[in-house]
Design a protein around this ligand. Structure first.
Ligand SMILES: *Cc1c(COP(=O)(O)O)cnc(C)c1O
Length: 359
């Protein structure tokens, strides 16, 4: 069997055990004589999978009982629009600007003509750190991007505010425990850390469900989906099925706490290789803001020739998806939950060898 180490930012690597289980039950799911893809979303066969996924999220992510767990479509990008549509209350919305995804979220508030403030930004230093974020307590809602997939920065602690805090956790959902006392809405497109593209996970404090304006279309209202247990219309059943397998996989690894420990070890391996390279490799993110999920780095003097050469050598050694985002160039190693430590070790070894041969 041929498998690469896929360091791509998303869609991204999925644990082999999960893929093998999909393969095994693809044609005959749980003795039904059909694929889960072919099952009615109103059938017991599918309903069990759907509810299993919801209850596993509640269990593993310790989601409080008065929060709803929703499976929507449209990606995190749809949430950029749904959040202001559902949560704005005639007052001001506050945003922290920590990268391109924050900027896109802010744009959707602008389009809806909602009064909004950017309370902090690290744009002037090409988003190389998480700035100090001070939200007011009176805002309709406050929005952060917990992990900045492109720049490789991540909040180590969420800001505290009495206003509802909304978190775009698309690239670090299920990678550490969340303090739900601070968070009222968390959303994520599944395709980075939680499954294939097509499912969007929304976890929302029920107290916020009644806020949407009267003229909000049904499909764009959280309450519609909360009232129908995310079965108002046909949900992305196959994606939710794989999400459920991934949740079982997380549980089999000892839960989110154990995954978190492993993520810290994996990230340390890579950052140590960068920090001990005597300046040959340079991390984009400042210390204190470094992401455990996406490690963005350059080669000394942003040497594009050498960067391309390293990416090429990695590809030949079965490590793919390392090209950095066009906005900052260089390389980016996405080391989500499903990236095995062996993949990170192989990359670190290659980086050391490459440095010796090219400096
Ligand atoms: C990938 C990503 C998005 C966009 O997700 P889509 O599902 O493609 O809309 C938004 N925010 C963050 C932090 C991301 O990493």
């Amino acid at each position: 069997m041929h498998r690469v180490y896929n360091f791509g930012a998303g869609p991204s690597t999925i644990a082999l055990e999960v893929l093998e289980q999909v393969q095994e039950e693809l044609i005959d799911f749980r003795g039904s004589g059909m694929s889960i893809m072919e099952a009615s979303h109103r059938s017991k066969l599918y309903d069990d999978v759907h509810n299993e996924a919801i209850s596993l999220i509640r269990e593993l992510y310790k989601v409080p009982q008065d929060y709803s767990i929703l499976f929507l479509q449209g990606g995190a990008s749809m949430q950029f629009a749904m959040v202001p549509m559902n949560l704005s209350n005639g007052g001001v919305a506050e945003y922290a600007d920590t990268g391109s995804w924050s900027t896109k979220a802010i744009k959707e508030a602008k389009i809806q003509g909602i009064e909004h403030r950017i309370v902090a930004s690290s744009k002037d230093s090409s988003y190389d750190h998480i700035p100090e974020v001070l939200f007011s307590d009176e805002a309709d809602f406050c929005h952060i991007t917990s992990n900045n997939t492109i720049y490789g920065t991540q909040y180590k602690e969420y800001p505290e505010t009495a206003a509802p805090l909304v978190v775009d956790a698309s690239s670090d959902i299920f990678s550490y425990q969340v303090d739900w006392n601070r968070v009222d809405l968390l959303y994520a497109g599944a395709q980075k850390n939680a499954g294939p593209s097509g499912v969007t996970i929304v976890i929302i404090n029920n107290a916020l469900l009644e806020r949407a304006k009267k003229n909000t279309p049904s499909m764009l209202k959280y309450k519609t989906h909360a009232d129908a247990n995310s079965l108002y219309n046909t949900p992305p059943t196959f994606g939710i099925y794989i999400l459920n397998l991934i949740l079982h996989w997380i549980k089999s690894k000892g839960g989110i706490e154990e995954i978190d420990k492993l993520n810290q070890i994996k990230a340390k391996l890579l950052y140590d290789a960068i920090d001990n390279s005597e300046g040959f490799y340079v991390a984009h993110a400042k210390e204190g803001s470094r992401s455990l999920m996406n490690v963005s780095f350059n080669i000394k003097d942003k040497d594009e020739m050498l960067e391309a050469k390293l990416i090429d050598e990695a590809t030949k050694s079965g490590m793919i998806g390392l090209k950095g985002h066009r906005s900052i160039g260089g390389l980016r190693a996405s080391i989500y939950n499903a990236m095995p430590i062996e993949g990170v070790e192989a990359l670190v070894e290659l980086m050391k060898k490459f440095q010796m041969e090219n400096s």
